[in-house]
Ligand binder design. Structure first.
Ligand code: PLP
Length: 440
């Protein structure tokens, strides 16, 4: 595989200018300076071509600049770009109707539109307090829900996200996320690890720390994203649903990363046969146009006029992009995510058998995590190897992103072909072979 010159001179010059004017807080994984993209391919400003296994962090669901999305954006921009959420327009209502169709509830759904994932989570938190008239919440270790004050309080994947920002929102208690590869609680005979975590919430948190009558909601990423692409055991959601019903607690699922067809179903929770009360969406909902949504059962979204709002909610261009995106996911890409995802899982399991450092391969559809360890027995995270692998893949024309302590996430556009998946996995394995030699 030929090694690219990255960053090239144009990328380097841009990065120097960026340093002078852009906030230094942005986490930059590697020096990729985008010029343009098409489908699952991107080109940098120096003309280097890359295959994209991270899709703008699981955002460009239909691929880069899908012609139908571009057309929808252009047509809407020519009509009007903005009107404000104080008024009405067709694409906004239509999007609400679409979300009502696909929401994973047995009753009708109402949607509050936002500009981002974190704002959708804020809306869910406020709605849960408003509806239940309770104040407190349970979140999970390893979670990522965003960076605004409420959402970041739940975020617990890196201490850095909290450091320097206290006091955070009051009233959030974290439980261990049910990570079957790295369990930290004891499982009793007859229960799976997900059920053990729910038992811990009931017996340890609700009985000893936080009275259930004060808990408005339990907020959880259906499949944990930034924390390591972790799929909870089968028993977790049914048990959590039962617990929520027993105590009148709302079940709030963050599907910002796992939703909109990425796992081969509209929502990851559909793999578990459970209905939540509120879900949050963003990222893949509009192929990269800024849009999010807090979608709730009609009986839950009962806040009165004026209690919550925003200037850009239901932005006409974002809604147009979203409608085109939903149509493409429905007609082509959800099926593709399922098929190519299964193909990739099988291929990765074969790669795992050839490599000492791959401890776990897991996921659903095109939301796949590959966890690296220094030793398969001790499961010591191979952090250095993971970082090196990301860099080596980049130098060979593959964009990846890490998550958790030592996990690579595979979250390409849902439009990716098996041919492209093969090409990417070849680069991935070549980079892994070098990284293992260098770091183990
Ligand atoms: N929730 C989840 C599960 C996410 O993965 C993210 C972003 O990565 C967010 C919320 C926050 O979304 P945003 O960055 O659009 O605010």
């Amino acid at each position: 595989m030929t090694k690219l010159i990255t960053p090239g001179p144009k990328a380097m010059a841009m990065i120097e200018r960026d340093k002078k004017v852009i906030s230094p807080s942005y986490p930059r994984s590697y020096p990729f300076a985008m010029d343009h993209g098409k489908g699952s391919e991107v080109w940098d400003v120096d003309g280097n071509r890359f295959l994209d296994f991270m899709g703008g962090i699981a955002v460009v669901s239909t691929g880069y600049s899908h012609p139908k999305v571009v057309k929808a954006v252009q047509e809407q921009a020519e009509k009007f770009i903005h009107i404000s959420s104080d008024f009405y327009h067709e694409n906004w209502v239509k999007l609400g109707e679409e979300l009502n169709q696909i929401a994973p509830f047995d009753e009708d759904a109402l949607s509050f539109m936002t500009n981002s994932g974190t704002e959708a989570v804020e809306a869910a938190i406020k709605l849960a307090r408003y509806h239940t008239k309770r104040t407190n919440f349970i979140g999970f270790t390893g979670a990522f829900h965003g960076r605004t004050m409420g959402a970041v309080t739940f975020t617990a994947s890196k201490a850095k996200y909290h450091g320097g920002f206290y006091p955070l929102m009051n009233g959030v208690t974290h439980a261990p996320f049910p990570n079957p590869y790295r369990p930290i609680l004891e499982t009793r005979k007859g229960e799976d690890y997900g059920e053990a975590v729910v038992r811990y919430i009931e017996d340890e948190i609700l009985a000893q720390i936080l009275p259930a009558k004060d808990v408005a909601g339990i907020l959880v990423e259906t499949i944990q994203g930034e924390g390591g692409y972790i799929v909870p055991p089968e028993g977790f959601y049914p048990a959590l649903r039962k617990l929520c019903d027993k105590y009148g607690i709302l079940m709030i699922l963050d599907e910002v990363q796992s939703g909109m067809g990425r796992t081969g179903k509209w929502w990851a929770i559909e793999h578990f046969g459970v209905e939540p009360d509120i879900i949050t969406s963003a990222k893949g909902i509009a192929s990269g146009m800024p849009l999010g949504a807090c979608i709730a059962r009609k009986s839950v979204m009962d806040w009165e006029i004026g209690t919550h709002g925003n200037t850009y909610g239901g932005n006409p261009i974002s809604c147009a992009a979203s409608l085109a995106t939903i149509d493409l996911i429905k007609t082509e890409f959800m099926k593709n995510a399922s098929e190519v995802g299964e193909y990739a899982m099988d291929a990765l399991k074969e790669i795992q058998a050839r490599h000492p450092s791959i401890g776990d391969v897991r996921g659903k559809g095109l939301m796949i995590g590959v966890e690296f360890v220094r030793n398969k027995e001790t499961k010591e995270p191979a952090r250095e190897l993971t970082d090196r692998l990301v860099d080596l893949a980049f130098e060979r024309g593959l964009l990846t992103l890490s998550c958790g302590k030592s996990v690579i996430r595979i979250a390409p556009p849902l439009a990716i072909t098996t041919g492209e998946m093969d090409e990417g996995l070849r680069i991935f394995e070549e980079a892994l072979t070098i990284a293992e030699k260098e770091t183990l």
